[in-house]
Design a binder for this molecule. Structure first.
Ligand code: FA5
Length: 348
């Protein structure tokens, strides 16, 4: 078979197959097979140089003609296929192309998650490292290492959900952590001072629910240990936090408080956002809402993790996270955060 006959044969075959093509994928295949780099037609055009001058002219001209023809049919077929895909409306039907499209539902971060990010950012900018800890905790870290031994009354204030109550020897080894303070111990066991960390996360208490209390809430723990850290650093850091989070005008109050793992201990309260200090349902008519407990790390806690309290000192705080957006936005019931009402959640 000479080259010209081969071209005619190929052309016939290609057109025959194209007539049967009914999908985009089949059309792509067809194009690769007859017009692609590895197609017979391309190979023929490459071989032109091996032919005599006369043959070259005739074969070259016909091959290019066939190629152009196949390309034109290909374009036609593409159009036909895309037309077939369009919806055709019957005589009395109408399509209103000006109707707005359907908005797909888009999720967003929960307000508490956003506040955690915001608080963590503020402390990170003051040089604190941000980390997380386990929500199911050993008795040792949650109580024992924090100077709260078995029969200590401070355990009652954190009535607790035990995960693995019965164990040999009648021990109560694991519980849903009641505060983020266990991470103080876990971190200091591994890292020596100077250190500065904040630890946000969930905590759990077996507790009655009201406008400011729920059984599952979030805290952020803070811990700074170094040489020469005093109460001044503790107050300075928390004042600065309050200024950045609530603004300069919001009043802050420190009062003495007791936690077994600090000495001395304090609580910090913020002026109520709903009544601005005059007293309402949210603040229990006091004008203030307590947001955190804090203090200087107890020397015995430092000793337990092999940090010498004669050389090093530190401060720690544990802040209730839900109460911060309540105070900032004047939300009068903490239960709204977990009620799943989108009318509430969409406002953030
Ligand atoms: C503690 O949990 C201590 N671990 C805090 C601490 C850390 C003291 C480091 C000293 C050094 P307290 O039980 O007071 O303390 O809780 C701290 C904060 O969590 C409270 O100020 C309050 O803002 C919040 N909180 C406590 N209970 C609830 C609750 N049921 N619902 C919502 N928030 C709560």
């Amino acid at each position: 078979m000479d080259e010209l006959t081969r071209i005619e044969h190929l052309n016939k075959q290609a057109l025959g197959e194209l007539a049967g093509v009914a999908s985009d994928a089949a059309l792509r295949d067809w194009r690769v097979r007859y017009l692609g780099k590895k197609s017979q037609l391309t190979a023929m055009l490459r071989r032109l140089g091996e032919l005599s001058l006369v043959e070259k002219k005739a074969v070259g001209a016909r091959a290019n003609e066939v190629k152009a023809g196949l390309e034109a049919f290909l374009a036609e077929k593409e159009q036909a296929l895309s037309k077939a895909r369009m919806v055709s409306l019957a005589g009395d039907e109408a399509l209103d192309v000006t109707l707005p499209g359907r908005t797909p539902p888009v999720g967003r971060l929960h307000p508490v998650t956003r506040i955690i990010y915001e608080i963590s950012d503020i402390f990170a900018s003051m040089g604190f490292q941000v980390l997380e800890g386990p929500e199911v905790e050993l008795d040792y870290y949650n109580f024992e290492a924090l100077n709260i031994p078995d029969e200590h009354p401070a355990r009652d204030t954190m009535a607790t959900l035990w995960v693995d109550y019965e164990k040999e020897g009648g021990q109560r080894p694991m519980l849903l952590r009641t505060h983020t303070s266990p991470m103080q111990i876990r971190f200091m066991e591994k890292t020596k001072p100077p250190l500065r960390i904040v630890v946000p996360g969930k905590v759990f208490r077996y507790e009655a629910t009201d406008a400011t209390h729920i059984p599952m809430f979030h805290q952020i723990e803070g811990l700074a240990v170094d040489k020469g850290i005093s109460m001044a650093e503790l107050k300075g850091t928390l004042y600065e936090f309050s200024r950045r989070f609530f603004g300069k005008d919001r009043k802050v109050r420190f009062r003495a408080d007791y936690f077994p793992f600090v000495e001395p201990g304090v609580e910090m309260a913020i002026e109520c956002a709903v009544c601005r200090g005059s007293g309402c349902r949210l603040c229990g008519a006091s004008g203030w809402i307590e947001i955190l407990g804090a203090g200087m790390v107890h020397p015995r806690v430092l000793e337990r993790v092999n940090i010498d309290p004669k050389v090093y000192s530190g401060f720690a705080f544990g802040m209730g996270i839900e109460r911060l957006p309540m105070l900032r936005y004047g939300i009068d019931d903490i239960r709204l955060f977990y009620g799943g009402d989108l009318r509430f959640l969409r406002q953030f």
